[in-house]
Each structure stands twice: as structure tokens, then as C-alpha cells.
Design a protein around this ligand. Structure first.
Ligand code: ATP
Ligand code: MG
Length: 449
């Protein structure tokens, strides 16, 4: 992408309304624009990151055996009356009336709708297990929308729903999702710790939240330090096999959010030097809730003996539009964002130090074409601007590598590569630049972990 033809409205000044660093940086890097309280447009750079996050989520959901579909944002109130949640949900639900005075709502979650789809089509135990998910906008009229897209009113969520014949099978579905979540966050470069969590209005008795530690996080959390550098289940994990040992391994060490923590238990099970009591951001939440929805909504299948069986369900959420700021909270410095390669809006930026100079333009255009041909996701700063401004923008928007070429380098046949994360710089023959960048970037895509 040529920056001269792109839409990247970076801000020079630090926006006053933004309280936390990720919100400030998302505004300054031209990623989002607030349209009203808790409602945001995703500008091109932000949207590109959001879509990279989405792709990783889809790949790991699919790997675990879940199947993607898409349900509407608007739902009928009657469906929610069937589960009893229409009245119970309260003011967080945005209620809507159409021209025929029929009652609708903007979905805050989709348990009812997916249960309706399930009961319409699935009739036999032979069709189980089944896990269906979608990635769709939700609306919750939060009392205090804040921190940009970290806690907004409209937000993008992946929500999966599992259907099984009994509790034992449903717990296996829960464990598959548990492992998929571990891999999902790790591929984004995040350390996200699964913690025992409260089930809240969704109900149920088995629940975990994934927490990214950050001082600006809204939840107080308590865990065993050794969870922070535990290796993640690899891509060869057999999702059709027994995942209980992995689940056991992760959940045997203490980790709980403030709603669930028992301080006496925390202190008696975790030795003092391993105790972490910190703040964190909830980036995902999974629940097993049995027949809470399938019972009132009559979602049943015929069992092996011909009897009707009410299915056991779970639901599994990931907040995409919260993950983007959570990643920034984890990866930034005083100059701006420092994206992990796997979610970076561009993998590298080619900086032409003298746009307008015929020779320099020709050399940069050629290098840009080669970098694209090598499959690198490139930004090309071809604007007629000073070098300082170009470096500042590249640092602010956080592109992992800068490849810099100007008249002086051209004469010597050399380019420079700057590593955004470490500040390290290397000078190398222009002819070697493509191979070098490829070598740096490819292993960090984490498509193969
Ligand atoms: P919170 O406790 O932060 O209000 P929640 O527990 O109500 O969230 P869930 O119903 O568990 O949210 O939703 C699943 C995921 O959706 C959360 O883990 C979070 O990542 C994301 N999410 C929930 N509410 C919001 C919001 N207002 N803005 C952005 N993301 C959200
Ligand atoms: Mg939650």
C-alpha cells in the first residue's frame, strides 16, 4: 500500500479524552474514530488489525472443529421471552420497535437464536457433538462505556455454542474450546491466562475467563506466576482426542478473578514467591451451562434408545474489538505501538527518504514490487515529506520493520533495516533486503506454532 494513496489520519496531539495508553494510541495512529458514546468507526489501519485478529480466531475455531455461520444483529423479543431473559436482561439491552410495532432488540449475545436454529434442524444424537460460531457485532448499553473500544457499547464478538448429549460430552466440548483459546491468544503474541470465573447472567457452573495482565485492566486477578510462561498446546494437538490432561495441567495451578478468589485458598496453595495479584483485561469467557436454554426452548434430540434428550450447551466468547487495545496495552513504548508481526497492520514499511528524486523513486518502486512479490504485507511511505515525519509515523503506528532507502544509500548500494521493537539497525546490500526481511518476518507470523 502506497501511503500517498492510503487513508491514515494520524494525530499529532494527544487526545485529552483518552485515559489509557491504548485508547490514546488508537486515536493518534488513526485506527478508530468515536461517532457517539461507545460507538466507533474502524478506520483502514485499525480495521486491518481487526481483520488479522479475526482470521486467527477463525483458524483456531475451525481447527478445534467449530463451524462458522452468521446470525443477524437484530433479534426478535419473542425469542428472548422463551428463555425468560427478555425481562431479566435489564437496561443493558437495546430494545427496538419496527414499523409494525413488533418488538426487537439489538443482540447482546446469541444463546436464544442459536438454540432456535439447533432445534429446527438437529433431531438425532448422531448429529452431535456440534459447535457453531459466528463473529458479529453486539450491543450492550454499558453504564460506563470507556477506554475506547476496550469497553464500548457496540463491539465485535466471536461467540461459539456447543451442543452435546450429556454433561460428560459437553465438558469435552468445553475442553476443546479451552485449548483453542490458549492457541488463539498465543498466536496474537499475548500471554492470556485462563482463570476461574463467575458465570454471571449467562448462568452455569463451569466457567473460565482469559486475562491479559495490564495495570489498566478493570479486573483484579490472582494467579500462580508459573502460568505466565507455560508452553501452549501445539498445532499438532489432536482435537478429536482426549484434551483433559491439557485442561488439568492448566487449571491445576491457581488462577481466579476477584469474583471467585478465595484468599485463604490462594495463599495456602501458592507459595509466596509465586503469588501474582495484579490487574487484567478480560479478553475471552467460556461457560458450560447445561440445559439452561435447551430446557425452556425445547432443544432435544432423539437418543440411541429412541427417547428425547434435552441437549447440554456451552457458550464461548472472545471480544475482538477489545483484543486490539489489549494487544496495544501489552505492546507499546514511548514512541507508539509495537505490534507483534502476526497482528500488525503491515509487516514492514518501506521508507523512501527522498520522494520526488527520480533515481530514488525508481529504486524504491522496484524494491517495493519485490517485497510485495515475496509475499510481505508492505506499506510504502512514498510521500513527499521529511525523513523525520516519516520515522515518527512509522514508529507511532508500530510497524515491526522499517526498510529505509535514500540517495546516499543508493549510491553505496545499501539499505537500512530498523527493528521497531529493539531499535536495532542494520545496513545491508539492497539486493539482500528482501531475503533478510522475509527471514525476519516469516517465523514471527506464528501460523505454524
Ligand atoms: P465485562 O465483564 O468486561 O463487562 P462480560 O463478562 O459482560 O464483560 P461476556 O458476556 O463474557 O462479557 O462477553 C465475552 C467477551 O466479549 C468478553 O470476554 C470481552 O472480551 C468482550 N466484551 C464484553 N463486553 C464488551 C464491551 N462492552 N466492549 C468490548 N468488548 C466486550
Ligand atoms: Mg465475561
Amino acid at each position: 500500500m502506497r501511503l500517498s494513496r492510503y487513508f491514515l489520519p494520524v494525530l499529532r496531539d494527544v487526545p485529552k479524552e483518552a485515559e489509557i495508553v491504548s485508547h490514546r494510541l488508537m486515536l493518534r495512529a488513526g485506527m478508530i474514530r468515536q461517532q457517539a458514546s461507545g460507538l466507533y468507526s474502524w478506520l483502514p489501519l485499525g480495521y486491518k488489525v481487526l481483520m488479522k485478529v479475526q482470521k486467527i480466531i477463525e483458524e483456531e475455531q475451525n481447527r478445534s472443529g467449530a463451524i462458522e455461520l452468521l446470525m443477524p444483529t437484530i433479534q426478535s423479543a419473542d425469542l428472548w421471552r422463551e428463555s425468560g431473559r427478555y425481562d431479566a436482561y435489564g437496561k443493558e439491552m437495546l430494545r427496538i420497535e419496527d414499523r409494525h410495532e413488533r418488538e426487537f432488540l439489538y443482540g447482546p449475545t446469541n444463546e436464544e437464536m442459536i438454540t432456535d436454529i439447533f432445534r429446527t434442524y438437529v433431531k438425532s444424537y448422531k448429529d452431535l457433538p456440534l459447535n457453531l460460531y459466528h463473529i458479529q457485532w453486539k450491543f450492550r448499553d454499558e453504564v460506563r462505556p470507556r477506554f475506547g473500544t476496550m469497553r464500548s457499547r457496540e463491539f465485535l464478538m466471536k461467540d461459539a455454542y456447543s451442543f452435546d448429549l450429556n454433561k460428560e460430552e459437553a465438558v469435552k466440548a468445553y475442553e476443546r474450546m479451552f485449548v483453542a483459546y490458549m492457541r488463539t491468544y498465543a498466536r496474537m503474541g499475548l500471554t492470556a491466562i485462563p482463570m476461574r470465573a463467575d458465570t454471571g447472567p449467562i448462568g452455569g457452573d463451569l466457567s473460565h475467563e482469559w486475562i491479559v495482565l495490564a495495570d489498566t485492566g478493570e479486573s483484579a486477578v490472582f494467579c500462580d506466576k508459573r502460568l505466565l510462561d507455560k508452553p501452549i498446546p501445539g498445532k499438532d494437538t489432536d482435537f478429536r482426542g482426549d484434551l483433559h490432561p491439557i485442561f488439568e495441567d492448566w487449571t491445576s495451578m491457581y488462577a481466579a478473578t476477584e469474583d471467585m478468589v478465595d484468599m485463604a485458598e490462594f495463599e495456602s496453595t501458592v507459595s509466596e514467591e509465586n503469588r501474582v495479584s495484579a490487574r487484567g483485561i478480560e479478553v475471552g469467557h467460556i461457560f458450560y451451562f447445561g440445559t439452561k436454554y435447551s430446557e425452556p426452548m425445547k432443544a432435544t434430540v432423539t437418543g440411541p434408545d429412541g427417547k428425547e434428550i434435552t441437549v447440554h450447551m456451552g457458550s464461548y466468547g472472545v471480544g475482538l474489538t477489545r483484543l486490539v487495545p489489549a494487544i496495544i496495552e501489552a505492546f507499546h513504548d514511548e514512541s507508539g505501538i509495537v505490534w507483534p508481526v502476526s497482528v500488525a497492520p503491515f509487516e514492514a514499511v518501506l521508507i523512501n527518504l527522498k520522494a520526488g528524486d527520480a533515481e530514488c523513486d525508481a529504486a524504491c518502486d522496484k524494491l517495493y514490487a519485490e517485497l510485495n512479490a515475496a509475499g510481505l504485507d508492505m506499506l510504502y511511505d512514498d510521500r513527499d515529506q521529511g525523513a523525520g515525519a516519516k520515522f515518527t509515523t512509522a514508529d507511532l503506528v508500530g510497524i515491526p520493520y522499517q526498510i529505509i532507502l535514500g540517495p546516499r544509500g543508493l549510491k553505496a548500494g545499501e539499505a537500512e533495516i530498523k527493528h521497531r521493537k529493539t531499535g536495532e539497525r542494520e545496513t545491508l546490500p539492497i539486493a539482500d533486503a528482501v531475503a533478510r526481511l522475509k527471514g525476519l518476518i516469516e517465523p514471527q507470523r506464528k501460523t505454524d506454532i
